[in-house]
Design a binder for this molecule. Structure first.
Ligand code: UDP
Length: 244
């Protein structure tokens, strides 16, 4: 591939900035330290989060890629920049839950930590304006957000990711409680995993203490936010170094 050059800003989101490059099929994801919660009503920043999330997401997407899961990840370019394939983002997010936590606890009056076995998959409509509402399949097909075949692919990938990553996190003493995934369509119309996989979009509970090791520390003002991101990074670094 010819040398990648960063070009104009495409869009600045809550945690990342996207840039064009000199090649039309590739874009750059820049990871920021900014943190938001409750649909951006709570704003702050987490020390070094951009670098940490870029590293974690790069390791995880490489690992998934090696297991045959197509993702938009191409390569980590610098501390905070990742080169990704350009995709058309599907406006439906999946949330995969192994245990009850967060919104589902309130919605169905469940006990926090209650196992959901087999894992539960939910769909959310990707819309900042509406606060990403929970949706069902009828909405997705009625409004043409994704086809049944595309949803089939998204579910298949979601289950594969869960199977692989539960083991990875267990190996570093973390319980993968739940996580959110986003998908895109590449130039050929294939559904591939996009966005990121980081402690911003997943719940990771320490297997020994049960403590939250993810963005819930920021959302709920649990303290030791910066230190926890650093700790998750360190555990994963030891696991992945030499492997990917
Ligand atoms: N999540 C996310 N972005 C969102 C909402 C949720 O990445 O806009 C992640 C969240 O970090 C958690 C999972 O999706 O790992 C399930 O979140 P939930 O529906 O319980 O919502 P929350 O309680 O975080 O508002």
């Amino acid at each position: 591939m010819a040398k990648i050059e960063k070009r104009s800003l495409i869009r600045e989101g809550k945690a990342k900035i996207l840039f064009e490059t000199n090649q039309k099929d590739f874009i750059i994801q820049y990871f920021k330290d900014d943190a938001t919660a409750f649909n951006a009503q709570k704003k702050g920043s987490i020390k070094n989060k951009g670098a940490i999330n870029n590293a974690i997401s790069s390791w995880i997407f490489q690992t998934l890629g090696k297991s045959g899961i197509s993702t938009h990840f191409v390569e980590k370019l610098s501390e905070r920049e990742m080169l990704v394939r350009r995709v058309q983002i599907i406006p439906v997010e999946t949330v995969i839950r192994n245990k009850a936590a967060g919104s589902i606890v309130k919605r169905f009056n469940l006990k926090k930590g209650e196992p959901l076995s087999p894992e539960l998959i939910e769909y959310f409509y990707k819309s900042d304006e509406l606060g990403d509402p929970l949706i069902c399949l009828n909405h997705i097909f009625h409004f043409n957000w994704a086809s049944p075949e595309e949803i089939g692919e998204m579910v298949k990938i979601s289950l594969q990711v869960n199977g692989l990553l539960r083991k990875v996190f267990e190996a570093v003493g973390l319980d993968l409680v739940d996580f959110k995934l986003e998908f895109g369509k590449d130039a050929q119309g294939n559904v591939i995993l996009a966005d990121e996989f980081t402690p911003d979009g997943s719940r990771l509970w320490d297997l020994k203490t049960g403590e939250s090791m993810d963005k819930d520390r920021f959302r709920q003002d649990l303290g030791r936010v910066d230190e926890t991101y650093e700790e998750v990074y360190e555990r994963l670094r030891k696991f992945f170094e030499g492997k990917v």
